[in-house]
Design a protein around this ligand. Structure first.
Ligand SMILES: Nc1ncnc2c1ncn2[C@@H]1O[C@H](COP(=O)(O)OP(=O)(O)OP(=O)(O)O)[C@@H](O)[C@H]1O
Length: 372
């Protein structure tokens, strides 16, 4: 039988006895990262507050290391679990270092003096989160991102067995998001700490999580590994995406395609298409494109942005039908953009399209007029 460090079964959460989400079942092993994703207001924070005991469960059980959280003493829980929720600590007149030091209270007591070991742990946590330079600054005078990193240092200084974090990366720039998630990953894998957090960055959630819980509606959505959860189309369903698209495979979002009769046919592939497709989208110019193999890096972006995509099955020779379909598209378009400065052995079909467009007397450009 699997041994889980943390598990919730048949958990119903909500406020004042009114259920918001019912029958949530999830579990996570020691050293694993569980991430909650889902739209604004879905109930991610409510679930996190419920599993740390800040909100009473309406139904179900939550077990930490085999023990019911509801029956655990606060002091015992504080040694095992560190929690970073928004607006959680009272920090009047405290420096950033003071705030990180409060992470040691479960070991020293609120009035206790920090030992040399406690100071060393605080120093290490601040170094890890790159907050050492903020040590003497007033916690309220630092930026939102800096404050978030100080709160993470505090959580790390607590040396918990399990960290519960609500949107810990929301204010961090991309460098700190990556740094922070790699610190979490390192802590999880080498020190066997368990992490439960909520994230809005789907691409990062897909990369860092061992398990993902999707939160939406009266019952939780999928719970599983990123591969089980991030299947084509599911994120659009989870977030009700109607304007634009999200590609689960790449973790990339695209703005809505420009509708209408294609004005430009783009001969592209191998990565030169995506920036041009986006430029056309920004210019509100409907376009079609090809011939792309379905495993081409440009293919998902083309599917998201082009009015029509002429594509061939991966690793197959371009068929006469596909070539004819591309030519028909060229017939319909006033202009053709050819993004290949030259053609190789494997894109002779594109060469044929280029020559076809020229033979029709179409304007065939190598770049967009506004790029020149
Ligand atoms: N104290 C409260 N009393 C009653 N309802 C609340 C309370 N706090 C939050 N809610 C409601 O519960 C629902 C879920 O809120 P929650 O903060 O858990 O969502 P979330 O998924 O964390 O959202 P976000 O991504 O926007 O942070 C919302 O409709 C919210 O208005």
């Amino acid at each position: 039988m699997e041994t889980y460090y943390f598990s919730a079964s048949q958990m119903t959460v909500g406020y004042e006895g009114k259920p918001l989400i019912k029958d949530i079942t999830l579990n996570v092993k020691k050293g694993e990262i569980l991430t909650l994703i889902g739209p604004n207001g879905a109930g991610k924070s409510t679930i996190l507050k419920s599993i740390i005991g800040q909100l009473s469960l309406i139904a179900g059980t939550v077990l930490l290391d085999g023990e019911s959280i509801e029956r655990m003493e606060a002091a015992e829980l504080a040694k095992k679990m560190s929690v970073v929720l928004t607006e959680q600590v009272r920090t009047e007149l405290m420096t950033c270092e003071d705030v990180v030091e409060t992470g040691r209270y479960p070991y020293t007591g609120r009035l206790g003096v920090l030992s040399e070991k406690d100071h060393a742990v605080v120093r290490e946590a601040m170094e890890l989160t790159r907050t050492t330079a903020l040590a003497k600054k007033d916690f309220h005078s630092v930026s939102d991102g800096e404050r978030q990193r100080v709160m993470l240092a505090r959580a790390i200084a607590q040396e918990p067995e399990i960290l519960v974090l609500d949107e810990p990366t929301s204010y961090l720039d991309i460098r700190y998001k990556l740094e922070f998630l790699s610190i979490l990953q390192e802590m999880a894998k080498t020190k066997k700490r368990t992490v439960i957090m909520s994230l809005h960055e789907l691409d990062l959630a897909e990369r860092v999580s061992d398990r993902v819980l999707c939160v939406k509606g009266a019952y939780a959505g999928r719970f599983g590994t990123p591969e089980e959860v991030f299947t084509p189309g599911y994120m659009s369903e989870l977030y009700d995406i109607t304007e634009g698209t999200f590609d689960e495979a790449s973790g990339r979002a695209e703005l809505p395609r420009v509708t209408g009769k294609p004005e430009v046919f783009v001969i592209a592939g191998g990565g030169n298409g995506a920036p041009v497709y986006r430029r056309l989208q920004r210019g509100k110019i409907p376009f079609s494109t090809g011939i792309l193999w379905k495993n081409d890096i440009d293919y998902p972006v083309a599917c998201a942005l082009a009015a029509k995509v002429i594509a061939e099955e991966a690793f197959e020779t371009v068929t006469a039908e596909t070539l004819a379909a591309a030519k028909r598209e060229i017939d319909q378009c006033g202009r053709v953009l050819c993004l290949f400065p030259d053609f190789g052995a494997f894109n002779q079909a594109d060469r044929e399209l280029f020559l076809y467009a020229k033979s029709l007397g179409k304007s065939v450009e190598g770049e967009l007029p506004w790029q020149k």
